[in-house]
Design a protein around this ligand. Sequence first.
Ligand SMILES: [Zn+2]
Length: 339
Amino acid sequence: RRSPGQVARAGAGAAEEAAGGDLLVRYLGGTVSARALVATDLVRKACANHKMSPIASVALGRALMGTTLLASGRDAGEKLQVRIAGGGPCGTIITEASSALDCRGFVAEPEAEAATVPELVGVTEESSLRVTRTHPFWKSPYSGTVQLKSGEIAEDIVHYLATSEQTPASMGLSVEWDAEAEEVKHAEGWLITLLPGWDEGSVGVVEANINAFDRMETPEGVGRPDAICQHLMRELDGEFQTTESPHWRCTCSTERLLTAVMMLGKTEVLRILREKEPLEATCDWCGVHMSLTPDQVRAHMKSKVGRREVATRSSSPRGLKIEDEELQDMPNAGTADWS
Ligand SMILES: [Zn+2]
């Protein structure tokens, strides 16, 4: 069964995809919300910034797409960060996406090797996945932390949604590596969430569609994300809702670096100035190299903003680093409905 919305959508998705950009689409059918994305370009950009092993590229790609799918459809201005802290060789993976789908992410040890993503991430009793949501109008950020279950990332995000946002969900994330070209060949993912009032009948239909995913084909003239959603919504009369373009964007700048230096406190900043050496820093996210002269640091420290930053070791409107005690637990069921 195809709704008129889907038919109208058929040509559009393929045309957008042919233009070469990454795409995320959302569909809604009754109490089932489906979103799917192709993000090959985004994942390649994230990996290009660092010297990365193939398996770390796959892990970062999964985390980045999972975060993007989680951020889509949230309130304008909201930013969502996912921090996967396992005990494996890659160390912590941190990814961010805003509701406008400005995305970035990095792996602490990008050259780390392992046979599988769960091995790379390393699931131990202490390992966790933390989602932190911030918004300029919120008094404090929300966060939810769950223990890592599988280290496959998609399953761990689903576990987070069920536990911290009371949202039943299912997710698939796939990053293909091209060994010959030594780059990511294709990256795609999907997320299904159930809205309040869902029924067992729809769940059964969705489960059957998920189980048949490997056999799905992309019809001619239909973009890949549309085809994924249409497949997942078979028998549910899913309607196309919206399309968005995820893209890489890092927020680092000389101003932010100056603020970060002020966070060290007055004693440390004065010690740096006494050394009369330029201050070198590399952005963890995008790998951009930045340099500050002692004159730049001194000038900022004497400015109105800099004086306050170095004295209070905090910045306005929101510090670069959120302290644990600032975080609030995710709101209860119903209030976190973003589908
Ligand atoms: Zn950067």
